[in-house]
Write a protein that binds this ligand. Structure first.
Ligand SMILES: [Zn+2]
Ligand SMILES: [Zn+2]
Length: 362
């Protein structure tokens, strides 16, 4: 595609809370070191919008509202820009690693770009996003999608990378037991990863019965509603003389869930928090002291995409069962964001086709 710069495309722009507009824009021309990607599929995520979008210029990108949404996407290389070093060519199938980092702060200098002091994201912080027909990607954000992995699965690499990073950061090892609190998309994907990596038991706590069914589909061995059962007592019953699981994953951003997580891990067990909190929870500190338990945080991903590609390519993790709707960009607000607000429990991942083609090649 040689004359992309003369063409226009449609893009979903976030102007503010409840104000997402589908706008006509110029297709970007790839600059030095950039590759133009025609987006195939882009997932919708709970963080799309007000929590992370900049209301003042982002310290790295300099962009403020409106910004193009979409950070979970796959696509096909349409044009390779000047001075691209890697072996990219038209037609290559790719996914985008969405973290934008400064490269200069304490965290970045130590290889923890996912904990950058100025952290930003493609599709939230300016620079374009996946809810548009084209994205001009710096080449370092690209990962090659294995030939046997579909573009639809490719669009779920981002949340799968979050889950794989959380499991790795928690120090999980084959044969361990785990409790997952919250069966939203991240809780479900964490469950999939735990099962694929050989957990001996995965227990899930989730108030919605529809979501508990999804956790069962992901391979969880036991499901409980925290509204009907005493989670800590159930975990103790199931883990026998261990009196708790090795690791509890908090993916609910709920104080009761976090307290249950802390009480449900065994002596010297680990609580891994992957939630983003809007309120500070109160926690039983003495439980940490006297049972030598640890709480860790995990944020997005770093060096996790190779493991994501291996898991999808080998078939140890299959995600297509968790696509609950596919929609064209025109339906983004009604069929996407509103649907997620009103029928949240029915959905794991809604995938959007920015070009509007719902029957795309593998
Ligand atoms: Zn996301
Ligand atoms: Zn940094």
């Amino acid at each position: 595609m040689s004359n992309a710069s003369q063409k226009t495309m449609r893009a979903a722009m976030f102007h503010g809370a409840k104000d997402i507009r589908i706008e006509e824009q110029q297709v970007p021309t790839p600059k030095d070191g950039q590759v133009l990607v025609k987006v195939a599929w882009c997932g919708i995520c709970g963080t799309d919008g007000p929590i992370l979008c900049p209301d003042k210029p982002h310290p790295i990108t300099g962009c403020s509202l409106p910004v193009c949404l979409g950070h979970e996407f796959s696509g096909i290389v349409a044009q390779v820009g000047p001075n691209v070093k890697g072996d990219w060519k038209e037609g290559d199938r790719v996914v985008i690693e969405a973290v934008i980092s400064c490269g200069e702060c304490y965290a970045c200098k130590r290889g923890c770009n996912n904990a950058c002091a100025k952290l930003g994201f493609v599709g939230l912080s300016g620079l374009g996003g996946g809810l548009a027909e084209y994205f001009a990607s710096p080449e370092q954000y690209l990962h090659r999608l294995p030939d046997n992995v579909s573009l639809k699965s490719g669009a779920m690499c981002e949340p799968l990378a979050v889950a794989i990073h959380a499991v790795r950061r928690a120090g999980f090892q084959k044969g361990m037991t785990a409790l997952v609190l919250g069966a939203g998309p991240i809780g479900i994907f964490i469950t999939k990863v735990l099962i694929a990596q050989g957990a001996s038991m995965v227990i899930c706590s989730e108030p919605s019965s529809t979501r508990r069914d999804k956790a069962r589909l992901a391979g969880a061995h036991h499901m409980f509603s925290p509204l009907e059962s005493d989670i800590v007592a159930e975990v103790r019953k199931l883990t026998g003389s261990d009196l708790g699981v090795d690791i509890a994953f908090e993916a609910a951003a709920n104080e009761h869930a976090l307290v249950a997580a802390i009480k449900s891990v065994k002596t010297r067990g680990t609580v891994l928090n992957v939630s983003v909190w809007s309120r500070e929870p109160k926690i039983p500190m003495n439980e940490l002291v006297f049972s030598e338990k640890a709480i860790l945080g995990a944020s997005c991903y770093r060096d996790d995409h190779p493991a994501v590609m291996d898991a999808l390519s080998s078939g140890s993790i299959k995600l297509e069962d968790f696509i609950t709707a596919t929609i064209p960009l025109d339906k983004l607000v009604d069929g996407g964001f509103r649907e997620l607000l009103e029928n949240n429990e029915q959905h794991v991942k809604i995938l959007v086709s920015p070009s509007g083609e719902l029957n795309q090649p593998f």
